[in-house]
Design a protein around this ligand. Structure first.
Ligand SMILES: [Ca+2]
Length: 181
């Protein structure tokens, strides 16, 4: 299976670190990771001071999962102001079939919530994009801590350029080290 996997958490306040560090090491989704080691281009640029570093463009594709620890350099974070959408763009280098997208994220405790949605698009020329699907296919309770992997599969995606539009409802958002295509 060729898939995209993202790991991300959204939080209203600092406080997830203790829970995240107690998480067992999460294993990657089976299948071919077309995005391994590739650069992510973000819009807006990550600015959260405790997690932003020069390696942000590669921290979602290095295959490591740190559980959204917001103070770790391996996390990619934003403090939301007027922007309510974050775009993550990946150039696969050549067109390829995309069969599934997975999205690891966390909710509950310390005012942490799942993103509202993560819309996936694909393009062959980087100009005209086609909608593939919303990764958030389940409705789950968010009143207690939950680390969950959302999956959308049976996609018929084909293209070189992948774009994930992550839509938030909180004030902060953080991605950790896992992005698979
Ligand atoms: Ca970082």
């Amino acid at each position: 299976m060729r898939c995209i996997s993202l790991a991300l958490c959204v939080m209203f306040a600092a406080g997830i670190a203790a829970n995240a560090q107690d998480e067992p090491v999460r294993q990657p989704t089976e299948g071919v990771n077309l995005a391994a080691g590739l650069e992510c281009v973000y819009d807006p640029t990550p600015k959260y001071r405790y997690s932003t570093d020069e390696d942000d463009p590669f921290q979602l594709t290095d295959g490591l999962y740190n559980g959204c620890v917001w103070t770790e350099p391996g996390t990619v974070g934003w403090q939301m102001h007027r922007e309510r959408v974050i775009l993550v763009d990946i150039d696969l280098g050549e067109a390829a079939p995309i069969g599934a997208i997975t999205f690891d994220t966390v909710t509950g405790g310390a005012q942490v919530t799942f993103p509202a949605s993560a819309l996936a698009f694909v393009s062959e020329d980087g100009q005209s994009y086609r909608y593939m699907g919303d990764v958030f296919t389940e409705s789950l309770p968010q009143d207690k801590h939950l680390n969950h992997r959302f999956v959308v599969d049976d996609l018929k995606g084909w293209g070189r350029y992948v774009r994930i539009a992550i839509i938030f409802g909180g004030f902060f958002s953080f991605c950790d080290r896992s992005l698979r295509v």
